[in-house]
Design a protein around this ligand. Structure first.
Ligand SMILES: NC(=O)c1ccc[n+]([C@@H]2O[C@H](COP(=O)([O-])OP(=O)(O)OC[C@H]3O[C@@H](n4cnc5c(N)ncnc54)[C@H](O)[C@@H]3O)[C@@H](O)[C@H]2O)c1
Length: 270
């Protein structure tokens, strides 16, 4: 059901690769709530994924941008503002990649070239996007930026590997940039810490099936899926959450504050 929560709003959505992507669902939900969208992804993802199908469905232009390249981000904001005829109201950062994870290199043996690359794509990119947006004055007053994260930023999940460090920095950038962007332009910045979700990036984590089943059992409401995440992000882009900024918001069915559940105790007693 749609409520027109984003009527008249314009936004940029990073990270829709295929129909499982959290960004894909978020773009669909934002469109259903009345928003106009510009989609973006890395040039290689545009070739390998199916983003054009989504673009057609929600009548959104696709502007390629590699988040590690400052000129690409500048071009993206400039073109998006030309397309919209003004500033954007919201931005979704839904980007993550670790070569150490992909190659199953254990955390304690990480290859630092891979670590740097993953850090640049997964964490520093949020700073780059925000710095560029601020320089171009591309985000409207009371605009909203959301980046997706995972609870491995706070607690150890061994196979999440160097992505845990990337997420810790991502959340810190949201807080620190949130202070400056809030004071200067009343732009708010939050991270949403989502349950494990079956997507290309998610399934790349070793032992993902065990991981997702465990989280399901450890969450009083069960795991939140990508559509539910999209609903939550819509509320953060809407005017109903104007005073929320610099927060890491758990969207995980209660997992983050649960010590143990009956289901897990029963499993342990078997
Ligand atoms: N799937 C999960 O279990 C889960 C849980 C919590 C948080 N998250 C986070 O959600 C976000 C979205 O991931 P997803 O699960 O939808 O997977 P996904 O694989 O569909 O999305 C990851 C996206 O990052 C993009 N990307 C990678 N390198 C890039 C670059 N250089 N420039 C621009 N874009 C680049 C990819 O093309 C892809 O679209 C990520 O930040 C991820 O860490 C995922």
């Amino acid at each position: 059901m749609a409520y027109n929560l984003l009527k008249g709003k314009k936004g940029i959505i990073f990270g829709a690769l295929d129909e499982n992507s959290i960004a894909w669902k978020t773009a669909q939900h934002c469109y259903a709530e009345g928003a106009q969208i510009v989609l973006t992804n890395a040039p290689i993802a545009l070739r390998m994924g199916t983003i054009n199908k989504l673009a057609e469905e929600i009548q959104a232009p696709v502007i390629p941008a590699d988040v590690t390249v400052a000129a690409d981000i500048e071009n993206l904001f400039t073109q998006a503002m030309e397309h919209f005829g003004g500033q954007v109201d919201f931005v979704l950062h839904s980007i993550g990649m670790s070569i150490n994870v992909r190659k199953s290199i254990p955390y304690y043996e990480n290859n630092y070239e891979f670590t740097h690359k993953g850090f640049d794509i997964s964490a520093l990119s949020l700073h780059r996007v925000l710095q560029t947006a601020m320089k171009l004055d591309a985000i409207s007053e009371w605009g909203s930026v959301v980046a997706l994260t995972y609870i491995a930023a706070q607690r150890v999940f061994p196979d999440y590997n160097d992505m845990a460090d990337n997420k810790a920095v991502l959340e810190s950038i949201a807080r620190n940039f949130g202070y400056f962007y809030g004071s200067k332009k009343k732009v708010r910045i939050n991270t949403v810490s989502q349950s494990p979700t079956r997507t290309t990036a998610g399934s790349g984590v070793k032992g993902f099936d065990g991981f997702i089943n465990y989280a399901e059992k450890m969450s009083p409401l069960g795991n939140a899926d990508a559509d539910q995440c999209a609903d939550y992000v819509v509320t953060l882009f809407s005017d109903l959450t104007r005073m929320v900024t610099m927060q890491n918001l758990f969207h995980d069915g209660g997992f983050s504050f649960t010590g143990v559940t009956q289901a897990v105790i029963e499993q342990m007693e078997k």
